[in-house]
Write a protein that binds this ligand. Structure first.
Ligand code: ZN
Length: 340
């Protein structure tokens, strides 16, 4: 009951990459960089286990950004000529690569870190991939001329990598779809179908993470415009409830998401965000248990997984470590309080 997991990313140590940034520069190259990525991954495996988490991830230590880590292994994308594009409905501008030819995988994307993770923990392991809709919202299209066609092209490649990750021993494959909270009608219409294409044939658990973004100022400012009830999930949850995806990760603590929207996910495991990623204030176990208690009005005990609202990538490492402990301690307290 109340297993614990992180949404995905964790801060990179200063010897691996620039700290406090969403698109950090690496501090090494070649073999030295590969070694540093592996060392950072092992460090976070140990810290997640020591904190007491149940599901362990690689903390996305081997990718510069949650979307571009995947794109770097895709043929048909021009990384040498990036263009500025407004993303997430123009919430912020980013320099993005361009799709210029039919898409194909160059080879395995995450084999190294997935196998490293599998070899170094006995816990269940979760691996994250960007979702098709969020990818098409983070690249410039100079080839397909159609967002849906391009999303399904990416979904096929994601599926190839996801099936290979499953063969590597990954227990849960999670697709990150923050774009679902921005293009709600399209998400319910074709976004969930593209997601299911990416998950086709998987027999391990599948998950989707939908959030209001990292704790960066563009996102914090955007949230201020959303009013006192954030009902974005209301449009996409019914489509997800009808889908084959097993788990849904959502933002909860310190958000204006009405808790009753979780009732729309009947039949799914719900990863409830009980750790705020937009504040350096470390949650107390009591706060975490209170948030779990609120979610329990709408989510059955056996379906609730305690999670972070989003990734912790841009945070200070010490704060992130303390938040991992708060997550595990809070879930333990909730087990005492709400256990049968
Ligand atoms: Zn997120």
């Amino acid at each position: 009951m109340f297993h614990t997991a992180i949404a995905g990313s964790l801060p990179k140590p200063a010897w691996l990459a620039e700290t406090g940034k969403l698109w950090p520069k690496w501090q090494a190259e070649g073999e030295a960089l590969a070694r540093a990525k592996a060392d950072a991954t092992l460090l976070w495996v140990k810290l997640q286990e020591d904190a007491g988490l149940d599901v362990i991830g690689d903390g996305e230590q081997s990718r510069q950004h949650f979307v571009h880590g995947f794109l770097e292994q895709v043929e048909g994308i021009d990384f040498d000529h990036k263009v500025e594009m407004g993303i997430r409905n123009d919430r912020y501008k980013a320099m993005v690569p361009q799709v210029v030819a039919p898409l194909r995988l160059k080879g395995r994307v995450h084999a190294t870190e997935a196998r490293l993770l599998r070899a170094h923990t006995q816990h269940k392991i979760k691996f994250t991939l960007p979702g098709p809709m969020t990818i098409v919202d983070t690249v410039a299209d100079r080839h397909y001329g159609d967002r849906v066609a391009m999303a399904f092209a990416f979904a096929e490649l994601l599926n190839q990598e996801a099936l290979a990750l499953q063969a590597d021993g990954v227990d849960i494959i999670q697709f990150d779809e923050p774009a679902f909270n921005v293009y709600m009608a399209e998400a319910a219409d074709w976004g969930v179908k593209a997601l299911e294409r990416a998950a086709q044939g998987l027999t391990c658990k599948t998950a989707v993470h939908i959030c209001y973004g990292y704790g960066i100022s563009a996102n914090i400012d955007w949230k201020k415009t959303l009013g006192d009830q954030w009902r974005q999930y209301e449009q996409v949850f019914p489509a997800l409830a009808a889908s084959r995806i097993d788990q849904v990760s959502l933002e909860c603590i310190h958000s204006q998401v009405p808790a009753e929207l979780m009732a729309l996910l009947a039949g799914k495991d719900v990863m409830v965000g009980v750790i705020d990623v937009a504040s350096d204030q470390v949650e107390t176990p009591e706060e975490v248990a209170d948030t779990i208690g609120r979610a329990l009005q709408f989510v059955p005990h056996h379906r609730l997984i305690a999670c972070t609202n989003c990734g912790l990538a841009p945070m200070q490492r010490g704060v992130a470590e303390a938040k991992l402990r708060a997550l595990a301690d809070g879930a333990a307290l909730a087990r005492q309080r709400f256990g049968a």
